[in-house]
Write a protein that binds this ligand. Structure first.
Ligand code: ADP
Ligand code: MG
Length: 481
């Protein structure tokens, strides 16, 4: 969407990211998704009187990992606070969160939109527990409550209002998603709600005007919905203001069926939540030594990997970006390079071209690829050592996709070995020239286009197996006379 002239949108995103711990943030109950309702709701989850929360160390480690990955400041001491509100899926009547002293502050993430890079500030990321789920559909006239999710550790990642349109918002979310998945702190499953976003949107009359009143559209769980919700809000707010109205600071809901947002409730202010430090939990201290230990355990991050792919393999920024978009894909590519011994660029072409296209077509992820990295390496190696031509390789690839075996077996079974014997190629060419005197005369009279005709004939005579470079060279010599 293009924003109308004279207007600017201001967007800040809050992302709730479920941490991949085995157990809940303050108890030993399992966090596994999809279990029978309320089978993972222990006494702490239920908020029964007399229970005490015990902090999950892994959740803290994950939050620190995230903070380090966005160059943020990790608080030496952070504090859990109670955030009070009344809702059926929150049995204690308060959520344990962090308020004044969050674990992560002042980070940033660099995004790219249409080749232009931009830095988005990360105000903070704090640890908190998830709430349960209210189920409306299966209960006629009533609401069911499933507390399995309650107490699952989250980090809420709050961006600065640095984002100016829906494309930047989606680029930021994708980068963030890629990062937390690569770090191994979140499974990134958006359908299951492991990674969900609240979009704060306001509009103003140009970059020098003060910020307008914002709305917050809650719990959007797909990149496309985020884009739709933001575009809808920008248009709606401009329309309201231009027709003399005012924007209410409110919480809104996105409806995926209509692509619209609608008002849900007017927004609480912080003081409505009556935040105070949770007396049941000690402040959390993260020392320099803790940070260094955690830093040492972190995998190579997507941005660093992309830079390395460009310098080590000589790839374009585009290819490097694509190949490092998922850890599994990057690993696949590096296996192909190592195992094939072929040029890194050739390997990149096969992975980003034929392989990804076929996976896209069948809706498969790289982990489900019917051709393993070592199998693809086997194919690329046969191109590199000139056993087969790049053109024949496409047929071998198709046969591999169809499950006919490894490249070598297919090449052998189908007799596809490339003809590199220049004598054999030359005699095939001689026969074709002899059989086509008219074409030869026309070619020599200046009809250059006929070169393609001779190439086609020669390839046909060799069942496509002639080495293309040798064929072109010898043909040129012979046609010249
Ligand atoms: P709350 O907890 O009430 O949601 P926060 O201070 O945590 O408030 O801010 C929430 C988000 O709103 C942040 O991502 C911030 O960047 C964004 N934000 C703040 N002011 C505006 C504004 N005028 N327009 C759009 N987004 C805003
Ligand atoms: Mg908020």
């Amino acid at each position: 969407m293009t924003i109308p002239a004279g207007w600017e949108a201001v967007i800040g995103l809050e992302v709730h990211c479920q941490l991949l711990t085995k157990t809940k943030i303050f108890s030993g109950a399992s966090t596994t998704y999809g279990a029978e309702p309320n089978t993972q709701a222990d006494a702490v989850t239920l908020g029964l009187p007399g229970v005490l929360p015990v902090l999950n160390r892994e959740a803290v480690t994950f939050a620190v990992k995230f903070g380090l990955s966005v160059d943020a400041k990790i608080a030496e001491t952070c504090v859990f606070a109670r955030k009070h509100y009344f809702y059926p899926d929150l049995p204690k009547g308060y959520q344990i969160s962090q308020y004044e002293l969050p674990i992560v502050e002042h980070g940033h993430l660099d995004i790219e939109v249409d080749g232009v890079s931009k830095r988005i500030g990360i105000t903070r990321a704090h640890l908190e527990e998830d709430a349960g789920k209210s189920l409306h559909e299966a209960f006629h006239g009533a609401t069911g409550i499933d507390l399995n999710r309650a107490g699952t550790p989250l980090i809420e990642i709050v961006s600065e209002p640095d984002i100016r349109n829906s494309a930047e918002a989606v680029a930021y979310l994708k980068k963030l998603h890629q990062l937390v998945v690569a770090l191994g702190v979140c499974d990134g499953n958006m359908q299951e709600g492991s990674f969900r976003c609240d979009a704060n949107v306001s509009v103003r009359r140009g970059p020098d005007a003060p910020f307008g009143t914002r709305t917050e559209t809650k719990n959007i769980n797909s990149f496309r919905y985020v884009q739709q919700a933001i575009d809808y809000e920008i248009e709606r707010q401009i329309e309201v203001i231009e027709s003399g109205g005012k924007i209410n600071q409110e919480t809104r809901l996105f409806n995926p069926d209509t692509g619209e947002t609608r008002a849900m409730r007017s927004k609480e202010n912080a003081n409505d939540y009556r935040y105070f430090p949770d007396p049941d939990l000690l402040p959390v201290v993260v020392t320099e030594a803790d940070k260094e230990r955690i830093r040492a355990s972190m995998p190579e991050l997507p941005a660093a990997k992309k830079a390395r792919f460009e310098s080590q393999y000589g790839l374009s920024a585009y290819d490097a970006n694509l190949l490092t978009s998922e850890t599994a894909l990057a690993d696949y590519y590096e296996t192909v390079v190592k195992a094939s011994g072929a040029e890194a660029k050739t390997c990149a072409n096969w992975v980003t071209g034929d392989l990804l296209a076929s996976l896209n077509k069948s809706g498969k992820s790289i982990e489900e690829s019917p051709i393993s990295a070592t199998q693809l390496a086997g194919l690329v190696a046969r191109i590199a050592d000139k056993t087969i031509s790049g053109k024949i390789a496409k047929d071998v690839f198709e046969a591999m996709l169809a499950g006919e075996g490894d490249a070598d077996a297919i090449i052998k079974a189908k007799g596809l070995v490339q003809i590199t014997d220049e004598g054999a190629i030359a005699s095939a060419i001689d026969a074709i020239i002899a059989a086509n005197p008219q074409q030869l005369a026309d070619y020599r009279a200046g009809k250059d286009k006929l070169f393609g005709f001779f190439v086609g004939q020669a390839m046909k005579a060799t069942q496509g197996k002639a080495n293309p470079e040798a064929l072109n060279r010898i043909l040129k010599e012979k046609l010249a006379g």
